[in-house]
Design a protein around this ligand. Sequence first.
Ligand code: PGA
Length: 256
Amino acid sequence: MEIIIHPTVKEASEEAARLIAKHISNKPDAVIGLATGSTPLPLYRALIEMKLDWSHVTTFNLDEYIGLPREHPQTYHSFMWENLFRHTNIKAENVNIPDGNAAAIPAHCAEYEKRILVAGGIDIQVLGIGSDGHIGFNEPTSSLASRTRIKTLTKQTIEDNARFFGSTEEVPKHVITMGIGTIMDARQNILLAFGQNKAKAIAGAVEGPITAVNPASALQMHAVTKVFLDDAAAGELERANYFRWVHDNKPDWQKI
Ligand code: PGA
């Protein structure tokens, strides 16, 4: 894992955006995995400002709530169109988001995995992290080899996400999420975490043991993972100063 710590969310998000922009300019038909939640919003704003050519890009989102009508403002379908896609020239047919209203969920999940393979696999997967260490909606104790499937959210995640809904009762309990095995198959992962309420999960994921209790810790086994943090999210890392020192001393050819 490469840990990149910036004083502000803006700087961290802009560096992550430059990495994605560079990839899309080198490979116009890139396959990009995307995430939702508050964390990637500054990244998406930075990408929009760069006015990239998305016309050949294919995207796969990590997850979706089960049972909300597709046009509900809190579906990840609505989130992605509102916060990124409608500001770009991406083709609707190149956008892939799990269908939370699929009639047969296991078959839909298997088909989603197949679509990722047919697209050539994910080049760069963007990830957030839950305060409990989840990536995608792979809650603690998810199999580290899991594939796209239905999951039941923890009460903590429901409470964390209630801010987007009127109340905890309105947050769906079930979701479709790429598995940890699916995420591990991406050629590169970019994990973003900002704010002090992510500091414990990040310390566990980066410096703790690899354990299904902190699903993000599986990324220690991924060869190309960059973790972009602000100072607050890095607050519980014992080696924070080492990570800053590494970043400040990069050879020019390695700089993003
Ligand atoms: P957040 O969610 O970005 O809204 O904090 C992250 C996550 O749950 O993965």
